[in-house]
Design a protein around this ligand. Sequence first.
Ligand code: AP5
Ligand code: MG
Length: 242
Amino acid sequence: MLCRTARCCRTFRYSSCDPEVVGKEMNIVLFGPPGSGKGTQAKKLAEKYEIPHVSTGDILRENLKHQTALGLEAKKYMDRGELVPDEVLIGIIKDRLSQPDCDSGCILDGYPRTKPQAEALEAILNKLGKTLDVVVNIEVPDAEVLKRISGRRMCACGASYHLLFNPPKQEGICDLCGRQLYQRDDDKETAVMNRLEVYKKQSQPLIEYYSRKGILVTVNGTAGIQEVFDEISAALDNVWPT
Ligand code: AP5
Ligand code: MG
């Protein structure tokens, strides 16, 4: 397949086939509290940089949809807004990052969320001869998180909307596939409050961890979807020019 951006076909037939970027890859983590816009931004970035969007939440929900043992076990934690055990997540990420579509890098959404997960990620990438290039920390205050999550509506095709901030063209119907939209089970208020607590206790310390490694970029996640995207893109373009 011929490339349009940095996944180079090495034929140098396109102006974007810059020898500078041949063979380059970018591994990105999108980090932030629930509802900060990780999934929304990851989809747009995956399209721009032509690298896969790897969402651990989506992988777990897909397993649940197919009633796998993994999905049914994970549901117990997800419904309460708690983290699924590290060893389960580390296994998922190890498998996923070894797949060929991650050869040009990937955008991790929702992983890592604990220090053991972060350490395992480094070890997995090292073993594959890769490195983690950037961690984008999307900052959004709790009050905004609650507004966003209460208004979020999902589609089985993976599309995500917000009743006020990103509404579908026709109420309750997915723009992309026409299916009925639904609310996630863990978007109920008690689960959301617990997810926020869990984020603060178990995940937030990773901000300091990645800051010390010198790969953390913090963006203001309270701006509009396009503005946040532009800010993240500008930061990523510094790492990998398109
Ligand atoms: P996961 O699915 O990852 O949920 P989460 O981290 O709680 O994050 P969300 O998906 O709720 O929010 P988001 O940041 O993606 O925001 P979104 O773009 O949708 O994980 C679910 C569960 O799985 C966890 O609780 C845990 O149990 C388990 N799990 C997953 N990974 C795990 C791991 N590594 N370890 C252990 N357990 C794990 O946006 C939210 C809403 O806001 C949308 O409606 C959107 O349209 C809107 N919006 C987005 N951006 C903006 C904006 N800029 N302005 C206005 N509205 C916006
Ligand atoms: Mg998400």
